[in-house]
Structure formats: structure tokens, C-alpha cells
Design a protein around this ligand. Structure first.
Ligand code: NAG
Ligand code: NAG
Ligand code: NAG
Length: 195
């Protein structure tokens, strides 16, 4: 493996990382598992983004809120609302997850809209999101990772029912990431002031 090979692979990872909203790094995805006995009925509803891992395009977005709605046909709809500072307006992206009960705690989010599904799956934000942990009432820890042979690209999302999570919840979130061997140095606090 020459340096040029590595650079090429890393550039590919950057490109795919940008497509998936994930950050590239060397090595393979860590082995993570969804929360045991995950209960989707308790998980649905409104969440606020509290912390997230750094992502090129979205790092300056603020006031991100997620609204999960479960339908009787085992499909879940996720509405992500965020403020775009340079436009001073709010935007909404909508995702759908099919066959929610087939993979408890794993949400295969596909961007909703007129795009063909192959492209929709590549769109920013689309991908497999794993709920590593949640108490349903205070915090949720979500992780997404794509393996690309020698590199991987990943994304960490900390959500809260309120504008912030409790000190205890943050301790649990950080220790869960450490136990899962997910690097949490790059977590950024979301700006939830003036939302
Ligand atoms: C993840 O687990 C699989 C099967 O248990 C194993 O083959 C693989 O090496 C593990 N990967 C890492 C990064 O630990
Ligand atoms: C969440 O989404 C559902 C379905 O689109 C909608 O009926 C509900 O009003 C939304 N809730 C909030 C708080 O926006
Ligand atoms: C599931 O039901 C919702 C709400 O009725 C609908 O919008 C959606 O298209 C349905 N999805 C599938 C895969 O049937």
C-alpha cells in the first residue's frame, strides 16, 4: 500500500462521508449493538439535537429538532427541522424507515421525496442509524457508521427530550461511547439558544 493509495482511499472516504454526513477515519467500524429490548413506541415523538459529531456542511446548523412518527404499516417517518444561519430560515428534511420492527433499534433512514430510492439512500442524512442507548424520557444516543475497507466514516448524535440532557445522562452517553470504542473527542454541542 503506497501513500498515494492511502490518499486515494481517504479521498474516497471523504466523498462518501460527505454524502452520508459521516466523518471518515482509518480502520473499520467499531462493533456496536442497538439497545437491548428497544421499544419504538416509547422512542417516537419529539427530540432535540444536543450534541453531534463534526460534519462539514451541517456544523453551523442550529436548533435541530427531530419528530419520529410511527404508522400502522410498520413505517416510521422522521422529520428533521433545522435553522440555516446564513439564510435565517428553518428547513425540514423528511426521512422514512420501512419495516421498523424487523431490526429493533436500527433505523434505515431514506430521504423522502421524488428521488429514485437508490439516490435517496445516498442523500445526506440517509443511512443506518443505530440507537445505542436511550431512556426514552431524557436522552438518546444514536450512531451511524459505514465500512469502506481500510477506512470508515461515522456519525454520533446525542438527542434530548428537553433543551439539554441531565448530567447523569451525559455520563452514561460518554461511557457508552467509550465502551463501544467510538471516539467522542469530536462531539460538538449544538447551539440551542434562541430556538
Ligand atoms: C466485529 O465482530 C466480528 C464478528 O464477531 C469480528 O469478526 C470483527 O473482527 C469485529 N470487528 C472489530 C472492529 O472488532
Ligand atoms: C410530528 O409529525 C407528525 C406527522 O407528520 C405531526 O402530525 C405532528 O404534529 C408533528 N409533531 C410536532 C411536534 O411537530
Ligand atoms: C405507511 O402509512 C403512511 C401513513 O398512512 C403512508 O404515508 C406511507 O406511504 C405508508 N408506507 C408504506 C410503505 O405503505
Amino acid at each position: 500500500m503506497t501513500r498515494d493509495h492511502l490518499l486515494f482511499i481517504f479521498a474516497m472516504a471523504m466523498a462518501i462521508g460527505v454524502a452520508y454526513g459521516q466523518r471518515p477515519a482509518f480502520g473499520r467500524c467499531p462493533n456496536v449493538t442497538a439497545k437491548a429490548d428497544f421499544d419504538i413506541d416509547k422512542f417516537v415523538g419529539q427530540w432535540n439535537e444536543i450534541e453531534r459529531s463534526f460534519y462539514l456542511f451541517e456544523s453551523s446548523l442550529s436548533c435541530t429538532q427531530l419528530n419520529f412518527t410511527l404508522y400502522e404499516n410498520d413505517t416510521m417517518r422522521t422529520e428533521v427541522t433545522y435553522r440555516v444561519p446564513w439564510r435565517g430560515t428553518s428547513s425540514v428534511s423528511s426521512y422514512r424507515v420501512k419495516d421498523v420492527s424487523m431490526t429493533p433499534g436500527e433505523l434505515n433512514m431514506v430521504l423522502d421525496g421524488p428521488l429514485p430510492s437508490v439516490i435517496a439512500r445516498m442523500a445526506p442524512g440517509s443511512g443506518k442509524y443505530i440507537v445505542l442507548d436511550t431512556d426514552y424520557t431524557d436522552y438518546a444516543l444514536i450512531y451511524s457508521c459505514t465500512d469502506l475497507r481500510l477506512v470508515h466514516a461515522d456519525f454520533i448524535w446525542v438527542l434530548g427530550r428537553g433543551k439539554d440532557i441531565s448530567v447523569d445522562a451525559r455520563t452514561i452517553v460518554y461511557s457508552t461511547l467509550d465502551k463501544s470504542k467510538v471516539n467522542r473527542d469530536r462531539l460538538l454541542l449544538t447551539n440551542n439558544k434562541d430556538c
